[in-house]
Design a protein around this ligand. Structure first.
Ligand code: SAM
Length: 233
């Protein structure tokens, strides 16, 4: 699993959010949070599992909205950041636990929704992870992917750990193989995330407007570097 070791370091965990979600990166954080909220719909009292929750960006948000959320991650330092965030926000209904996405410590059909963000690009065996997600969900499985035929391919070689990129056909095959039905998909970000996180917020907003304008044309979906996939059990 790419990144499994990378995220074990204290300094990586401490710098994780600042590095990705400050400046132009705020636009990414906002968009990802909207993708999660839109996919889950009414949140109050839902039982939700977030796989690879990292620093708890979504876990804390969902708990603040009234869900009962478990955030699972393999990295203790990332979870530590998540615990701090939950404490600072004073949210209840959140449990953060160390665990492996490949062997989820829950019985079948245990949660309403199971989701993972920024995880599948690290996965060597996405089918096995998706199968586990489906097993413990009684309703919904949600995740994102970085796309093969996009600017992400150009950007990929610059990343320290590389990323697994997916075509739409590959994701649909994975869903079929794991007995999940595709309920919806959104495709976004003509310019890759890494571009936005390196420029200041004001300039990033101008690029984002251009990005969403191109994204709303007929070729937009094909060029998008990220897809958000919403599936049903
Ligand atoms: C790019 S970070 C994403 C964190 C968070 N989902 C977010 O969007 O901010 C990837 C996360 O996957 C976690 N991870 C990697 N392999 C894992 C595994 N086998 N089981 C659980 N978590 C894992 C890492 O520790 C890290 O926190």
């Amino acid at each position: 699993m790419k990144g499994q070791e990378w995220y074990q370091a204290d300094d990586v965990a401490e710098a994780y959010e600042d590095k990705r979600f400050s400046g132009g990166g705020r636009l990414i954080d906002d968009r990802e949070k909207r993708a999660v909220l839109d996919a889950i719909g009414p949140i109050e009292d839902k039982e939700i599992l977030e796989i690879a929750c990292g620093t708890g960006r979504f876990t804390a948000m969902l708990a603040a909205e009234g869900a009962n959320v478990v955030g699972l991650d393999i990295s203790t330092p990332m979870l530590q950041q998540g615990r701090q965030k939950a404490d600072e926000l004073g949210v209840s209904g959140v449990e953060l636990m160390r665990g492996d996405a490949g062997r989820l410590p829950f019985p079948d059909n245990h949660f309403d929704t199971v989701f993972a963000m920024r995880f599948f690009h690290l996965a060597d065996t996405p089918r096995d992870f998706l199968r586990e997600m489906r097993r413990v969900s009684r309703e919904q499985v949600f995740f994102d992917t970085f796309n093969r035929f996009s600017t992400r391919s150009l950007y990929n070689w610059m990343l320290p750990m590389g990323s697994r990129l997916y075509s739409g056909t590959e994701v649909k095959r994975l869903l079929r193989d794991t007995n999940l039905d595709l309920a919806g998909a959104e495709h976004d970000w003509i310019f890759p995330y890494g571009f936005y996180r390196q420029i200041p917020g004001g300039i990033a907003s101008a690029f984002r407007r251009l990005d969403t304008t191109i994204g709303s044309t007929v070729i937009g979906d094909r060029l998008a570097s990220v897809s958000y996939w919403d599936a049903r059990v």
